[in-house]
Design a protein around this ligand. Structure first.
Ligand code: BEZ
Ligand code: FE
Length: 328
């Protein structure tokens, strides 16, 4: 950290010395993590400008783009999340923070449509009020890495209606729909009736959509159902299941699909239909989720961080599982 005698004289700054000087003036910051984040951010931003010979017009266009993201955002429209998603940053940050041991359920993007007002419903309930949707019975379990059922896990579930819209995208939204919270039972089970997920375009009438268009990319997500798992001591899991064969399976606009999250739908047999009070031959999704403990995730995250930083030749220590320089 700089002492007052080391604070630079901010005069006659040039293309070549603006970066160390900016880092140096920021180094009065008392928080070592913020100091480190800002030092790397300034380094990469300045290098970006130097490497691309960024023009003034391009920089103004970028600033106006960010202003546009702010202007179109409100309580239910999160353009900055969309931007992070289409840049692959959401998936990257999730993968760094929630590394998964083999054979456990991988994470996927949260997206901007999770809400905090979903009703808690008992297993067996119907979570969609869309009469046009094709009914889908989902029978799931949640277990730990040793195969032990996890009881009392809170599971948030949400999907679009059959037209590919989340309830919050309807201006006349009343009660929450196509979303619910369930709690796993003693055998780790939860089951519900939803509708067959459909592919849908992410909101593309704002700056993020325009950027996709300029990049020659489409704005579609493959059909999926979102899940979020929470229980003390377990790593918080945000994930989704993707329907095999979707035309956008390998070109998701927000990079959320992983092979292990692609599922096949079945037809319900007579015994299952009877047991779950459902239609024989109706669509069925069965899935077992495997969750890791928070301690295991933290251990793996630390191990990955130490390896990745050593490979970059950086001498770091971890404070609260986050790297800061050994000496700065
Ligand atoms: C979603 O799956 O809900 C979603 C994810 C990222 C961007 C837009 C929507
Ligand atoms: Fe979605």
């Amino acid at each position: 950290m700089a002492t007052s005698s080391q604070i630079p004289t901010l005069l006659d700054l040039t293309i070549d010395n603006i970066t160390p000087n900016t880092i140096s003036i920021n180094s009065q910051c008392q928080n070592p993590r913020l100091r480190y984040l800002m030092s790397r951010l300034v380094t990469h931003l300045h290098d970006f400008a130097r490497e691309t010979r960024l023009s003034t017009d391009e920089w103004m266009a970028a600033l106006n783009f960010l202003v546009g993201c702010g202007q179109i955002s409100d309580d239910v429209r999160h353009e900055f999340i969309l931007l992070s998603d289409i840049l692959g940053l959401s998936l990257l940050v999730d993968s760094i923070n929630h590394p998964k041991p083999p054979a456990t359920t991988e994470g996927s993007v949260l997206g901007p449509f999770h809400t905090h007002d979903a009703p808690t419903l008992p297993s067996g309930a119907t979570m969609s009020s869309d009469p046009e949707g094709e009914p889908l019975l989902c029978i799931c379990t949640v277990k730990d890495t040793a195969g032990k059922p996890l009881e009392g896990v809170k599971i948030d579930i949400w999907e679009t209606d059959s037209g590919g819209h989340y309830d919050v995208q309807h201006s006349d939204r009343g009660e929450p729909s196509e979303r619910c919270i369930m709690v796993s039972d003693k055998e780790g089970r939860f089951w519900f009736k939803g509708i067959r997920p459909v592919s849908y375009p992410i909101p593309h009438d704002g700056p993020a959509g325009k950027l996709l268009m300029h990049l020659g990319r489409h704005c579609w997500r493959p059909a999926h159902l979102h899940f979020m798992f929470e229980k003390e001591g377990l790593d918080h899991l945000i994930t989704a299941l993707y329907m095999r064969g979707d035309p956008y399976e390998t070109s998701d606009a927000v990079f959320g699909v992983k092979q292990s999250l692609i599922v096949d739908l079945e037809k319900t047999d007579a015994a299952t239909a009877k047991e779950y009070n459902y239609t024989e031959g109706g669509l069925l999704l069965k899935h077992d989720f495997i969750l890791t403990s928070q301690a295991e995730t933290e251990r793996l995250r630390d191990e990955n961080a130490v390896k990745a930083l050593a490979a970059l030749g950086l001498r770091m220590r971890l404070v609260d599982h986050l790297p800061v320089p050994e000496v700065d």
